[in-house]
Design a protein around this ligand. Structure first.
Ligand SMILES: CC(C)(COP(=O)(O)OP(=O)(O)OC[C@H]1O[C@@H](n2cnc3c(N)ncnc32)[C@H](O)[C@@H]1OP(=O)(O)O)[C@@H](O)C(=O)NCCC(=O)NCCS
Length: 184
């Protein structure tokens, strides 16, 4: 790692103001949903950050929705640091955490489909996420006209369970046929 590379790590309390500021840069233009400082403190264990010279330049969070589904949420990199591989490192870290938890599938609601496809995600029908839709989306002001795309990716845990004949995971895997792991 060179001196100017960003460091990716689990978020700590001192990172919260930086996360709030970064999320707000995108939320104020409607690109992602806003997150309050209080909400981020309460969910601090869910967050990872990328820091460069001590400043938060990227962040993302992992929200477990059920035993078979986890959401990648608020994944953002400061515009001046786009294209440096920070988004890839953040999502890799979040997916590693999801895999460690034993969750077989991750998803995101996004307009950045190109990035997520590059990270091994595939588009899925909205109906695949009924729990998410009913739990959070109905409270969103954009619910009726939402233009975000559902992208999903099977995780290593799904492969392991499927090979052991776990029928429930085989069912969820059918949402995302042909999923391929990130190769680098
Ligand atoms: C999406 C985002 C997090 C990507 O972060 P980043 O640090 O610029 O991405 P990386 O440099 O790690 O890119 C990894 C790969 O994805 C590709 N990629 C990145 N953004 C892409 C896009 N919009 N379309 C297609 N490919 C893209 C990169 O070219 C790179 O490809 P490579 O494998 O050939 O090197 C960043 O653009 C962002 O913050 N966007 C605005 C916020 C947002 O909408 N976030 C998603 C919320 S769910």
């Amino acid at each position: 790692m060179s001196e100017i590379d960003a460091e990716v790590a689990s978020a700590r309390i001192p990172d919260v103001p930086g996360i709030v500021a970064l999320v707000d840069r995108y939320a104020r233009h409607g690109e992602i949903l806003p997150r309050t400082q209080e909400e981020i403190y309460q969910t601090i264990r869910h967050w990872v950050v990328a820091k460069r010279m001590g400043q938060v330049v990227g962040c993302g969070s992992l929200v477990v929705l059920w035993d078979d589904l986890v959401e990648i949420r608020s994944l953002v990199v400061a515009p001046e640091f786009h294209g440096e591989g920070i988004g890839r490192r953040l999502i890799t870290r979040l997916l590693e955490q999801a895999t460690e938890l034993g969750i077989p599938q991750a998803f995101a609601l996004t307009r950045q489909t190109g990035f997520f496809f590059r990270m091994g995600f595939h588009q899925a029908p909205r109906e695949a996420l009924s729990r998410k839709i009913w739990k959070d989306c109905i409270f969103c002001t954009k619910f009726a006209g939402c233009d975000e795309v559902v992208v999903v990716r099977a995780l290593q845990a799904a492969t392991e369970k499927t090979s052991q004949g776990d029928g429930r995971v085989q069912m969820t895997a059918s949402v995302e046929p042909g999923s391929t792991p990130v190769s680098r």
